[in-house]
Design a binder for this molecule. Structure first.
Ligand code: 5GP
Length: 114
């Protein structure tokens, strides 16, 4: 199976501004930021959507959330607040079939989202 775009970023085949990485996840700046801070946080494992996650993925899914908070602290986003978004499937606008959280911050974010 060919690699997803995000696997190629994890493997450093495509350059990206990485803000955090460990053996399970990578976080890097979105190429088309929708807010002053826009970071994508992904598992190294190419899980396409939440429905493709298995019980084996419990730990990595939890790790993504725990590290999202750590990354928000690292980038000094906690005081102003931030939003985590997971676009899952076509109607949600998921373009890259590799699970990812968008971490958005640095401006007042509208609700409900469009
Ligand atoms: P989705 O629409 O799937 O939720 O989000 C995919 C995100 O990946 C988009 O915000 C898009 O700007 C970002 N993206 C697409 N290609 C690249 C790339 O090559 N590098 C980086 N850093 N971000 C990308």
């Amino acid at each position: 199976m060919s690699k997803t775009l995000f696997q190629r970023i994890c493997d450093k085949e495509i350059p990206a501004a990485i803000v955090y990485e460990d053996e399970h996840i990578v976080a890097f700046r979105d190429i088309k930021p929708m807010a002053p801070t826009h970071v994508l946080i992904i598992p190294r494992k190419p899980i396409a959507t939440l429905e493709d996650a298995t019980p084996d993925d419990h730990a990595v899914l939890g790790h993504l959330l725990i590290k999202a908070s750590a990354i928000a602290k690292q980038l000094s986003l906690v005081e102003g607040g931030y939003r985590l978004v997971l676009n899952n499937g076509r109607d949600a606008g998921q373009e890259v079939p590799h699970l990812h959280f968008h971490l958005l911050a640095g401006r007042k974010l509208a609700w409900p989202p469009g």
